[in-house]
Unconditional design. Sequence first.
Length: 478
Amino acid sequence: MVGEKAELRLVLLGRKQAGKTTVANIILGGRTAKGDKNSQTTEECVKRWVKVAKRQVTVVDTPGWEWYYTRNGTSNWVRWETLRSAAICPPGPHAVLLVVRACAAVTEDYLKNTQELLEVFGVGVWRYTMVLFTSQNKEQTASVEQSIQENKMGIQKLLEQCRNRYHILNTYGKGSGGKSHVQQVIEKVEEMVAMNDGQCFKLDQKQLALVHEMQLKSQKKKQRWMEGKKQSERLKSLISGDKFTPVEEGKKYITPQAVSHFPELRMVLLGEREAGKSSAGNTILRKLAFKTGQVTEDCASGYSLVAQRWLTVVDTPGWDSGPSEHTTERVQNEIQDSVSLLHPGPHAFLLVVAIDADVQVSAVRRPMEFLGEAVWRHTLVLFTNVDKLRNDVTIKDHIERSEQTLWLVKQCRNQYHVIDNTCQDNETQVIQLIKKVDALVAANCGEPFSSLLQNIIRGEDMSEKKGRHLTAELETIE
């Protein structure tokens, strides 16, 4: 059994919004991590510790598994973070606390998803696992207690995997029997540790090597993002306090016909998860340039010659429009990265919206405007899942029936197109899209989008001297 002064290491796992961060804060005596907000999404493993009865208790909070977007499931980076959680509390956790909301429906899909993700560690992890039900009120507590007593199939199977080890954590009040929540949880963990002869769960050498490899890749990506931010700040400081003539002034209008002679069109696909961005990219390029049926985690580019025009398309990770409507910093950085992949900038952003989606303006506006307000002038709404549109309803009718969708289209200056990803041999729909993008480019005087220039310089008046200085800086960076 763990000695009185020995460290106790706990890892919290579970679905998104299961209450893992709340549990961590309760165990840690109400202490929160720097910048921590329970309502926000945990993006990477966070290790914290506290002294409880002269013992150090270490708690590792982890990103939640996906449940809202069921088609493509949980991202690989979440799986890697799940694996990493055991590596950052060496030599390993004494207990894995599987956090489950008391009101959750433990279905066959729930069990399958939990088993697949927990067994990232290997099947042996179940010996070290205990279910921790989080309850927000007395009704939820009574409901889960009744389900356990009645041996409801889903919960029964889950508890059997954990050798019937569980605890109901009432987040609305004190623990039972005069003991605090933390004391009750720790006592049950100690019982489990004793059954495991005081041993902790350990990753094997292959898993540790994999964690190390993924950490190096993650560090390189973060370094690149930081360098990009520093670069923008440096350029911003050059023009701080000065003003610049708006982009539209002094620009010469060109026709869509003139744009059609541009040898290349550069486009970025943006949108919610599972909106059909990757499939749309394949339809536009008329080839399998992007993988479908799985989560897009990093920006990817593809190109093809279509109707005698070179089209370059960048696919991006989708943002969440689920209950939290929170776009992770990782996705924000990838969205901003997409622009740098299309030097000197994309001609158009294709905002992919599934026709059968419940459009929420707030969920779309926030991630779009990471690129600045100017992004809307370069954006066209691309509707997918056209087969979901009723025969007696036109796309115009569909747009006008939803205030949220109508706002979105108007924000893009009524620029939209419908694409059928089930008919990728239909070149006509792609040619029509190209014509609409040409018109969009013409309306922007033929200039591509530049987040640097349009978000930092736009709307400000800059002296000619500073202008030459900025141009020199830009040339140095390029």
